[in-house]
Design a protein around this ligand. Structure first.
Ligand code: CTP
Length: 493
């Protein structure tokens, strides 16, 4: 197969010419070729060189410098025989072809120079064993020693060698198989899948960071439920995400059953993915009902209830993120907020949609109101078409109201029109309970619409409440103007 037409980037011409001068065989390999054949964009170019890869990459960087006036900075790792540089938004890596041999009982391979085929052999799945020549005479020709092209056409992830050995070498490959299947919507070959099931227990030896990176890629795939169902079917889920396994199952009592929260969660995640939700909104979808097993009760006559699962769930987020070594930053706080608020738009949509309820929701969600609405809409998974239609309609009303109120009230980034400092200064009081009471009542009044979001009305309200609380009007101002007390009469002396 000739792929020269698809190797259009000028970099490939530079590599070809440099390899010609040095008389070294060089191939673009692995993920780049797989994605080239699938016509998917790929930001990483991996080149395998049968010979001195570092020397060749130096020559290519110099050439880029001559042509563009900007020589890329080459990073060299002599102990691995690899080097890499960034050019034109691409991460380009050069590796000397190598073979790996494992001694039984050790996961650290002995690495020595090898042929192209030996280099492709040591890789994880057949779809990653394709290579395309970048040399002058054979430019664009595909090398496919392990049936990778067939598997791409059959849309199958298959280990081209003993999968048990491949997974023993690196158990992450089990997750990679499922992640690739989910990203590409491919099947997993039955023998490869059976080996994942057999080796599932080894997943516990992997670092949290490596698992998280695969999980993030899986979550970002077009239909992530597929990947999670594969993780579950292969027996990998309990070890990496026990909270999700706990969502599985349906319990029935007195003729009343609740829905399977695992299935429901995955459906919500798919809806968010379909709506182009980003990584963090997808994490929020995955975790929105995570506390349902902990909060589940059976109460007659209602049946199954999950009281406060949104609050308990939000509190579970930091522990789960810590386990995956996801930083406790603004993204985590966003996920917590989404989990905590996910029911609010539905509750609102079930009722008569009042201005003040919408105002409160916009106040609490702030700039994340759009994402919260996406999550809440995704959460409607009922089989009852009439119910779904009713909710959808009400959401349209809620969204219209949100827009109206935003235009009118600027409530999204609401700052109370009278601050705590104003209150303390005016009444001449230190930070105390009364400051909080006045602030909260003003905030509630603005959100309920009983006063406008402006300083004059808020100030008048502050004076009124101050009086009710027995505070001395203008005491702070008077004190500021009064002469200082003589030292002898200071109370502390
Ligand atoms: N590889 C492997 N075993 C691993 C990781 C990687 O055999 N545990 C091989 C694969 O053949 C892969 C190549 O190393 O093609 C490069 O790895 P990487 O860049 O991680 O994967 P890509 O296939 O490029 O895919 P992605 O970028 O989506 O991870």
């Amino acid at each position: 197969m000739d792929l020269s037409e698809r190797l259009r980037h000028p970099l490939f011409g530079l590599i070809r010419d440099a390899a010609e001068r040095k008389k070294i065989p060089v191939y673009v390999v692995g993920g780049y070729v797989r994605d080239l054949l699938l016509r998917r964009p790929s930001p990483d170019i991996d080149c395998t060189v049968v010979g001195d890869g570092i020397g060749l990459s130096r020559e290519i960087c110099r050439e880029i410098g001559r042509e563009t006036g900007e020589e890329p900075r080459l990073q060299v790792f002599p102990e691995f025989g690899t080097s890499r540089f960034r050019h034109d938004g691409l991460e380009v890596e050069f590796v000397g072809a190598r073979k790996e041999t494992y001694t039984p009982g050790s996961r650290k391979p002995q690495v020595e120079p090898g042929s192209l085929e030996e280099d492709l052999m040591r890789r994880d799945f057949s779809i990653n064993t394709l290579a395309v020549s970048l040399n002058q005479k054979t430019f664009g020709q595909l090398t496919d020693p392990f049936g990778g092209l067939d598997d791409l056409e059959r849309q199958t992830i298959r280990s081209h060698r003993d999968p048990d050995q491949s997974f023993a070498e690196d158990p992450l490959r089990m997750l990679r198989a499922i992640r690739f299947a989910s990203q590409l919507y491919f099947d997993i070959d039955p023998d490869t899948f059976a080996a994942i099931e057999r080796n599932a227990a080894c997943i516990g030896t992997l670092s949290a960071e490596r698992i998280r990176d695969e999980l993030d890629k899986l979550i970002l795939s077009p239909k992530p439920s597929y990947g999670f169902k594969l993780l579950d079917a292969a027996g990998l889920l309990p070890a990496i995400f026990p909270e999700l396994t706990a969502l599985k199952g349906v319990e029935k009592r007195n003729g009343k059953a609740h829905k399977d929260n695992f299935e429901h969660t995955l459906e919500v995640l798919d809806h968010v993915a379909y709506a182009q939700g980003d990584l963090w909104l997808r994490w929020a979808a995955l975790l929105h009902d995570i506390a349902k097993p902990r909060t589940k009760r059976f109460e007659e006559p209602k049946g199954w209830t999950f009281h406060s699962h949104e609050f308990v769930g939000a509190k579970m987020v930091p522990g789960i993120f810590r386990r995956f070594k996801i930083p406790a930053d603004e993204h985590m706080r966003f996920v917590m907020k989404m989990v905590e608020l996910h029911l609010r738009p539905i509750i609102l949509a079930e009722d008569i949609v009042t201005d003040s309820a919408v105002r409160r929701l916009v106040f609490e969600a702030g700039n994340d109101i759009g994402e919260l609405m996406t999550l809440a809409k995704a959460d409607i998974t009922s089989k009852n078409r009439e119910k779904v239609a009713r909710y959808r309609n009400n959401f349209v009303i809620v969204e219209r109201k949100i827009k109206e109120i935003e235009e009118k009230d600027r409530i999204r980034n609401f700052q109370p029109p009278v601050s705590g400092a104003d209150i303390m200064e005016y009444f001449g009081i230190p930070p105390c309970r009364e400051v909080g009471i006045i602030k909260d009542r003003i905030k509630d009044a603005v959100l309920d619409g009983s006063i406008g979001n402006d300083r004059e009305q808020a100030w008048a309200m502050m004076l009124r409440i101050g009086k009710e609380l027995g505070l001395k009007e203008g005491a702070g101002l008077q004190a500021a103007q009064a002469p200082p007390l003589p030292p002898a009469s200071r109370p502390s002396e």
